[in-house]
Design a protein around this ligand. Structure first.
Ligand code: HEC
Length: 443
């Protein structure tokens, strides 16, 4: 049997997470004792591997300084060892064997794209040195330990690192300060927002992929009554139409646990329910369009040449309708008989909605529940310009609603961010998320 990872290897993964994957960093969020306890538990899950004598740790020493000579000789090691067969000549992961690679379970596994600067196993030069010295168990990434001298390994490490154009962002817990301001506005471009520097929060895909927004910039402010959260993130394409069945929309959410003990950063937990403020680009587009043209997009606008057999409700006389005023149709096609979710008072289907946001509660995956009519108290405005979404979310500090997160001066509470990229097919749990950070309310 292959030697199991050392305790130190396991600890490093749990503490630092795996960059660019769903595995988040737990350092600063779990205590040392909790991390030791979880490591002991992990070992019980693979008793055979961990009962074998521990593997010999690799002592990588300290990395030498980068010099042109070292990079050039690293490049020739890269060529000699045929790293390019899988990782590609330029390191983008597009080598001739790349498409056919499978892991030990038979699933396709792309070779790392070094240009992204995302190293699951850590981006410290020592981590990279270790990766190709040991290989990666369970994957086609071979071990080159015996084949290379220490000198060659360092040169190769420096060369591989030099291929990345970006660096990973630390996932350490950060504090977003919501300071008192005299003006709260839902205009995401108001200069008031850029007065304070943003907090950069690292994001990771819950569904593995190599391209995703790496971070969101978060700011917060309050005026004593309303709390505003301001988010900025990169997204090269604006996806704001979900009328077509094969398209998905951009969206964003912030999550506050109702208690101080946060649950799962992606969706709360049974013992730690969350309040979620969710914004969607298609709802925003409907509202912006409505303001401009008093219209709303529907299947007819996406498919102008479509033909419908019959609309039994067209031209119907509504004067004696028994629906209450809130359900009275504003357009012929708004007959609640056909908008059944709306007739059942699902706020998501309200054809007259005024806010591009929905307020939810969740107690773990599969439990997302929209707050009913009358309890929806979240407003917002998100706009896209030149590859960047800028969004403001507004909510009362103290709504008095027990399912809402409520904030008092001096509070420090956990906050997590989620971003959906429609072009990448994101929807529901397929999203890009942050770990828990903290938001501090200052008078
Ligand atoms: C047979 C194909 C193949 C060859 C040849 C190969 N690799 Fe890899 N390599 C992979 C795969 C696949 C992965 C991704 C494993 C994963 O994601 O779990 C990987 C991952 C890596 C990583 C880790 C990236 C991370 O996210 O931490 C490094 C570093 C690396 N390779 C370096 C090299 C170097 C240097 C060489 C040449 C000496 C090389 N590889 C040769 C397939 C290969």
């Amino acid at each position: 049997m292959d030697p199991a990872p050392t305790e130190e290897d396991l600890r490093r993964v749990v503490e630092n997470g795996m960059a660019g994957s769903a595995m988040p960093a737990w350092k600063g969020r779990l205590s040392d004792r909790e991390i030791s306890a979880v490591l002991s538990h992990i070992k019980t899950l693979a008793p055979d591997a961990f009962s074998a004598p521990p593997s010999q740790p690799i002592h990588a020493g300290s990395p030498p300084a980068v010099t042109p000579t070292r990079l050039a000789s690293g490049k020739s090691v890269y060529e000699k060892m045929q790293c390019a067969k899988c990782h590609g000549a330029g390191g983008v992961g597009d080598g001739p064997s790349a498409a056919a690679l499978k892991d030990d379970l038979g699933f396709p596994i792309p070779p790392a794209d070094f240009t992204l600067g995302i190293f699951k196993g850590g981006d410290d030069p020592r981590d990279i040195y270790t990766r190709f010295t040991t290989g990666m168990l369970g994957t086609p990434m071979p071990s080159f330990g015996e084949l290379l001298t220490d000198e060659e390994r360092w040169n190769l490490t420096l060369y591989v690192k030099s291929l990345s154009t970006e660096s990973s962002l630390s996932d350490e817990p950060q504090t977003i300060v919501a300071a008192l301001t005299s003006k709260i506005t839902d205009n995401p471009y108001d200069p008031v927002w850029t007065k304070s520097p943003p907090v950069r929060v690292a994001l990771r895909p819950l569904w593995q992929r190599s391209r995703f927004p790496r971070f969101a910039e978060v700011r917060a402010a309050h005026d004593g009554k309303t709390l505003a959260v301001h988010l900025v993130w990169f997204d090269p394409s604006k996806d704001a139409s979900n009328v077509e069945v094969d398209r998905f929309v951009d969206a964003a959410a912030v999550q506050f646990p109702l208690s101080d003990e946060p649950g799962f950063f992606g969706m709360g937990a049974v013992l730690s329910p969350s309040n979620i403020w969710h914004w969607k680009a298609d709802l925003q587009a409907d509202i912006d369009l409505k303001l401009a043209e008093r219209e709303r997009r529907d299947v007819e606008s996406a498919y102008p040449n479509m033909v419908a057999d019959a609309y039994p409700f067209l031209g119907k006389d509504w004067s004696g309708a028994r629906h209450d005023d809130r359900l009275r149709p504003v357009k012929d096609y708004d007959d609640p008989t056909f908008l059944t979710a709306w007739a059942a008072e699902n706020p998501l289907s309200d054809p007259e909605r005024k806010s591009p946001c929905t307020e939810y509660n969740a107690k773990g995956p599969g439990s997302l529940t929209a707050q009913p009519h009358g309890h929806q108290s979240i407003a917002g405005n998100g706009q896209w310009r030149g590859g960047v979404w800028t969004l403001v979310l507004l909510h009362e500090l103290h709504s008095g609603d027990e399912m809402d997160a409520m904030f008092s001066m001096g509070d420090e509470r956990p906050i997590a961010i989620a971003i959906w990229d429609g072009a990448a097919g994101d929807r529901d749990g397929q999203k890009v998320v942050s770990q828990w950070h903290r938001m501090a309310l200052r008078p």
